[in-house]
Write a protein that binds this ligand. Structure first.
Ligand code: PAF
Length: 305
């Protein structure tokens, strides 16, 4: 299976590493030239606790440097870059190519479906946590399930083949039907963790060490649950708040992707996470003051950093 990972930040690299270890034909594409050059020159380094490993993986800074059609394209760019990334990669998409999004936030599937028919899109989420330590070096900071499935039509042989490959690559993966539910499960996690850790400049686990931060997290998540309920989205966890806390604990030493973005002076995905919840809440008449305020706070911080 020929695979291209578009967006080779921490998560893209982590998936690339596991797939290449299982001898899959995989390439990384990212517009951050120095990072791609470092991977090209020194290989990709993954640090997992005491364990440090290097692999060689083909990496490109421009999608056009690759010419073959892919069987699978995994999009890992930031939500605000999805359209741009696809526009540059249309030549990699053939009749049978599947496009998979495992990105944070909501709205990515809608953008991808402007370019390819919905039967070709695989949505999903991953509970792995990773941080970019430096160019070409990624820290694997937390493990968890990856859940994937077609957004339209029945999952079939192709999705099964992807699941088998992922599992052989030690990316523990299940196939699911309720993709909207999966995306909201993850949205709740990101809504409760990312913005708060970014503003407070703390690792995920620290949110659970103070009553004040636990209450803020709870209010953000409870608002999102009310919006999901009104939107008739089926969240898969019986106690979603408990799940959000469990992820914060499991990825305790991780600095969330939003905190990493702010620290690097990059735009964050706040509009696709707490901002998306606030917008949906407004549309459905559900008040979301905590999500609204956090969105504004993160946007202000983006401008200051
Ligand atoms: O965006 C992130 O950082 C991750 O999705 C998560 C699960 C919050 C872990 O840091």
């Amino acid at each position: 299976m020929k695979i291209s990972i578009i967006g080779s930040g921490a998560m893209g690299c982590l998936f690339g590493y596991y797939l290449v270890k299982a001898k899959a034909e995989v390439t990384l594409i990212d517009t951050w030239q120095e990072h791609i050059e470092a991977i090209d020159k020194n290989g990709l380094t993954i640090m997992d606790g005491e364990h440090i490993d290097h692999v060689h993986i083909k990496a490109f800074s421009e999608a056009y440097q690759q010419t073959e059609k892919m069987d699978l394209i995994i999009i890992f760019v930031k939500a605000y870059d999805t359209r741009n990334a696809l526009e540059k990669s249309l030549h990699l998409i053939g009749e049978d190519t599947r496009i998979m999004t495992l990105q944070n936030g909501v709205g990515n599937i809608e953008v991808i479906s402007e370019f390819v028919s919905k039967e070709k899109i695989i949505g999903g989420t991953t509970a792995h946590g990773a941080m970019l330590k430096e160019k070409g070096v990624v820290v694997h900071a937390g493990r968890g399930k990856t859940r994937i499935g077609r957004i339209e039509g029945e999952n079939g042989k192709t999705e099964e083949a992807i699941r088998t490959l992922f599992n052989e690559s030690k990316i523990d993966t299940d196939i699911e039907k309720n993709i909207d539910g999966l995306i909201w499960d993850k949205l709740l996690v990101n809504a409760g963790i990312n913005g708060l850790t970014a503003i407070l400049n703390i690792a995920n686990g620290k949110l659970l060490e103070r009553e004040e931060t636990e209450i803020l997290m709870k209010n953000l998540v409870m608002e999102a649950i009310s919006v999901a309920e009104k939107a008739k989205i089926q969240i898969s966890y019986p106690d979603p708040l408990h799940h959000v806390k469990a992820v914060a604990k499991a990825t305790g030493n991780n600095r969330s992707s939003m905190l990493q973005d702010l620290n690097r002076g990059k735009k964050t995905e706040i509009e696709y996470i707490n901002g998306a919840i606030a917008r949906k809440g407004k549309e459905l008449g559900i008040p979301t003051p905590y999500n609204d305020f956090l969105q504004q706070l993160v946007k202000a911080k983006e401008k200051l950093s």
